[in-house]
Design a protein around this ligand. Sequence first.
Ligand SMILES: [Zn+2]
Length: 385
Amino acid sequence: MDKIIICKECFKSNYIKEHIAHNVEITVDKCIICNRHNGIDLMKNEKILEMITNLIAYNYSLLEYSRNFGMAISTRFGNIFGEDNPIFNGKLNDDIGITLFKNIKTTKSSVVDHWTLPFKFVKSSVLIRLEKELSKKNYYEVIDDYMEIIKKHLSKVILNELEDDELYRARIGFNTKIVDAEGDLENRKISFPYIKDELEAPPPMKASSGRFNKLGCSFLYLASDKETAIAEIKPDPGQICSVGTFKIIEKKQFIDLRKRAIDSIPVEDGLETKNLIDSFARLFSEAVPKEETHKYFVTQFLSEIFRTLGYSGIMYDSPQNDGEGYNVICYYPDMFRLIENSEEMFKIEKVKYKISDALFDERKKYKYFEFKNEEDRKKYGEEDY
Ligand SMILES: [Zn+2]
């Protein structure tokens, strides 16, 4: 078999770079991409071929890269290691690219969605199964099983202490009270923010259920900045909100599901954990419309697992504030203290909407299909998409 010599520097993945630095013998041959450094022989490194396989599955759908679908698709796909590939800093020529591709093992994936989606967009099968089971069984009948599964994966997740000492919490509304003011002939009405316990987490008996807490569980929901804190409570334009600043008094470990933390979980090391944690992060950061709060059932269940496993809470990117800020959910409200006199009021001037890229028109998914319903067929089915 021919050699394929690549140097450490020509891999994009820091994980692979590290692996080469510590575990792989460098040959006397020069790298075929940069022609500057001595490289390793890829064909002799099962481990690195496996990491490349994982990276390919993460970035492309099975339909795109699998050679099991016959020549037509492989030919269309061409050289996966060509221009702008996710593996190398530079490209391999077509012959070498195709030779390398033939030597990597196609992921044997039982995940149906991966046929049409890269793994980075596939919902974890653990999460799919969990949603199904929770729709049929009580949470306490299944929680032990999931605790075991999730514990195993969480050992690879980034746990962080909060880097910000001060966080914010908002509530729609403010106080108006009548006062007897000096010099006024009549009683005067004054406005001021909610203060003290009006801004703190409610006592458990009064806690309504939320994205992460069940009814009667009082968690503290905080955000990294005032705008995020306000956006999270979804006020309408014209409404006034009160905001308080909270200081952390006890540093503990939180599960960090923010994008930058998740990006550092290596997909090279295995797709399963990466896929599950990606799915958690998407679930937590997904905006849920006011009338679909039954979706909170799954996030509440996961929250219960994290808490039982000993974590103090979760950090995740805010779905409301365009990825600018992040949210903190803390299972133990006493870990924070509202800073005295930090309470302020803000008026909502306008609410911004952000839309996704245009969603895929699924009529384009199948080459041949017919609408079941006669009328649908007439109305939607005649054109060529
Ligand atoms: Zn190189």
